[in-house]
Design a binder for this molecule. Structure first.
Ligand code: PLP
Length: 261
């Protein structure tokens, strides 16, 4: 398939998106109320596999944060929407090869999938060059890159996970504080918190409880790293109940993805 998917959804795509988005927003409000929380978590709409035209429609409906998991697709969509004067925060949420860091720093506000020291170094070096490039070319300043540590919440990470359509990945929680220290020692990366995907085929409740506990441990040393990005279409209620600050919702807003990887 091409890297910028074309619209195939017909003329009422806007109405379709608004209806789905409204339903998801209602679920988030209800879950927030049920959890007795004061503030709703932030909604990040995961637009992977869907065209830039959908991102444009979503931004007209008040969506400010989007998520993508493949660099080539994300960078094209970010360029297309920026050319239309649309300001969005792009969250990179997929497994990231170090050699893609150079591209990701051009458009992403946040990389949620930092899972190893080599990637920390690659992102920081790429940021350094990007800051230089923007200065040289008189482009708007590059703000520091927000990063989240992605954690693997499986009970037994040695057991391979079944095909999920997207690599879930994440760092062993035992390495969290070392990774945090390596991020804290960079020039251009800012540690904001944690991200995780509930392990496939298991109850998300204990997984999210474990994530919240790890977040508590992280915040002892890094009080500004309070983001907990958890919860997808299937398990957003469990994530809100656990205390997630950010939700990453794809299919329940965009519809079923047109064929997985
Ligand atoms: C695709 C994806 C999501 C969104 O999943 P849905 O089930 O479509 O809501 C969230 N997080 C990550 C890391 C993803 O790759």
């Amino acid at each position: 398939m091409s890297t910028t998917p074309e619209t195939t959804q017909g003329p009422d795509r806007g109405a379709d998106l608004l209806e789905r988005l409204t339903r998801v927003r209602t679920r988030i409000s209800a879950a927030t109320l049920a959890a007795g929380r004061d503030a709703e978590p932030e909604l990040i709409v995961v637009t992977k596999f869907f065209p830039a035209s959908d991102v444009v429609l979503l931004s007209s409906m008040g969506v400010r944060q989007v998520g993508e998991n493949r660099d080539q697709e994300a960078s094209l969509k970010a360029a297309e929407t920026r050319a239309q004067g649309i300001a969005l925060d792009w969250n990179f949420i997929g497994q990231l090869q170090s050699n893609k860091a150079k591209s990701v720093v051009r458009y992403a506000a946040t990389v949620q999938s930092v899972d190893r020291p080599a990637l920390v170094a690659a992102l920081d070096n790429a940021m350094d060059r990007e800051i230089g490039r923007r200065t040289e070319q008189g482009l708007p300043e590059r703000k520091p890159m927000n990063v989240l540590i992605q954690l693997d919440l499986r009970e037994d990470p040695s057991v391979p996970e079944e095909g999920t359509g997207f690599g879930r990945g994440g760092a062993d929680p035992a390495t969290m504080l070392d990774l945090a220290a390596s991020i804290a020692s960079t020039r251009h990366l800012r540690l904001r918190g944690l991200m995780a995907v509930a392990p496939l085929g298991t109850d998300p409740v204990p997984a999210f409880a474990k994530l919240m506990e790890l977040s508590g441990q992280l915040r002892v040393e890094y009080p500004e790293a309070g983001v907990v990005s958890a919860g997808m279409s299937q398990d957003l209620e469990a994530a809100v109940a656990a205390g997630a600050t950010h939700l990453r919702i794809g299919s329940d807003v965009l519809g079923p993805r047109p064929g997985l990887l």
